[in-house]
Design a protein around this ligand. Structure first.
Ligand code: IMP
Ligand code: MG
Length: 182
């Protein structure tokens, strides 16, 4: 697995430091608001569990699974809900926790959908942001972002290529030959 990685972008230690910072900041901003923390499965799961443990406030947890990519490395623009929330978000302050914003299609779609369900507020917390890759017409921004990343396909700490590499403890750039052969 490790030999498919071209270079390490963020070490375990760098991730830990930044995620704790984000957690403390969000906790401060949402003190007394009991936010509904929505994890977008599966990519955000490592980030989500570390982030929430750095937030010493009341909050609730819920999970959603969506798919826009299939096996490739480019977004199709279509978003499919594979697993929906199990609790109501009506009148709640929602924070969507996502692994990475690329074209922005997934979160644009989700934000609209959750707003239509009567959330009091919706903000986006993404571990990684690739602003250079936004699709034309998509103006979405992360309210909280861990790191801005260059335009390369990255894996690890939850992020996958074809379901592999999620368990790497760091984030690295995948060697292009791994996905170019598919
Ligand atoms: P968007 O809809 O194009 O913004 O894509 C968001 C989703 O695409 C993320 O939740 C990831 O699952 C996936 N994705 C985008 N870029 C990468 C990457 O570099 N590595 C792994 N997954 C990625
Ligand atoms: Mg993915």
């Amino acid at each position: 697995m490790e030999r498919d990685i071209e270079r390490v972008l963020y070490t375990e230690e760098q991730l830990c430091t930044r995620v704790e910072e984000l957690g403390r900041q969000i906790a401060w901003d949402y003190r007394g608001k009991n936010p509904a923390m929505v994890c977008i499965l599966k990519g955000a799961v490592m980030f989500y569990t570390d982030l929430l443990r750095a937030m010493p406030i009341h909050l609730s947890m819920d999970f959603m699974a969506v798919s826009s990519y299939g096996k490739g490395t480019k977004s199709s623009g279509e978003v499919e809900i594979r697993k929906d929330l199990s609790t109501s978000i009506e009148h709640r302050h929602v924070i969507i926790v996502e692994d990475i914003i690329d074209s922005g299609f997934t979160l644009t779609y989700l934000t609209r959908m959750l707003a239509a369900r009567g959330a009091e507020s919706i903000k986006i917390c993404a571990l990684l942001d690739k602003p250079s890759r936004r699709a034309p017409g998509i103006t979405l921004k992360a309210d909280y972002a861990g790191f801005e990343v260059p335009d390369a396909f990255v894996v690890g700490y939850g992020l996958d290529y074809a379901e592999a590499y999620r368990n790497l403890p760091y984030i690295g750039v995948l060697k292009p030959e791994i996905y170019e052969n598919n």
